[in-house]
Design a protein around this ligand. Structure first.
Ligand SMILES: [Zn+2]
Ligand SMILES: [Zn+2]
Length: 153
C-alpha cells in the first residue's frame, strides 16, 4: 500500500501545521521519516527507515533516526509497536484523548497493525490500569491476534 503523492503531502502539511501550533517544526528530516511511515501503512523497523531514507539520498545514523522517532512519538504522530520492535504512523490525531495512548491490534504473522480509535474503550482500559496503580511503559497497549487473512492461510 502506498499513498498518492498529493495525499501524502497534504497529510504532512497538516501535521507540520499541527506541530507549528505547538511551537515545533516538522523539519525536512522529520518530514522525510514521517512520510516513509505514512507511505508504508504498516510498522517499519528503524533499520528499514535508514535504508529507505538512503534511497532518498539521506544517510542517517541509528541515533539520528531514534531521535527523530522520539520527536514524532512525542507529537503523537508515531507509535512504537513493542512486539515488532517497529514504528507505525498514527492512524489519527489523538486530540480527543488527553494523552497519546493508542490501542494497537497486532497480527504476529504478517505484522498488520490496526490502531483502535475508540475513546470510550481507551478511557476504560487506561482508567482501569491507573486504578490498579499501573502506568504504561511505552505508552500503548498491544493486543496480539492473528488477522483474518493469516487465519485463512
Ligand atoms: Zn495513534
Ligand atoms: Zn496477519
Amino acid at each position: 500500500m502506498s499513498l498518492a503523492k498529493g495525499d501524502l503531502e497534504s497529510i504532512l502539511d497538516r501535521q507540520a501545521a499541527q506541530c507549528a501550533a505547538k511551537g515545533f517544526q516538522l523539519t525536512s528530516l522529520r518530514r522525510l521519516l514521517m512520510g516513509i511511515l505514512l507511505n508504508a501503512g504498516k510498522p517499519v523497523k528503524a533499520y528499514d527507515l535508514i535504508e529507505e531514507a538512503g534511497r532518498s539520498g539521506r544517510r542517517l545514523t541509528p541515533a539520528t533516526v531514534y531521535r527523530v522517532l522520539g520527536f514524532l512519538m512525542d507529537q503523537g504522530l508515531v507509535h512504537r509497536v513493542n512486539a515488532l520492535n517497529a514504528f507505525v504512523a498514527c492512524a489519527e490525531s489523538h486530540g480527543r484523548l488527553s494523552r497519546h495512548q493508542p490501542l494497537l491490534l497486532v497480527c504476529p504473522s504478517c505484522r498488520k497493525t490496526t490502531e483502535i480509535n475508540d475513546p470510550d474503550l481507551s478511557v476504560m482500559v487506561f482508567g482501569k490500569l491507573s486504578d490498579l496503580g499501573h502506568s504504561l511503559k511505552g505508552g500503548s497497549i498491544e493486543v496480539h491476534g492473528q488477522c483474518q487473512v493469516c487465519a485463512e492461510k
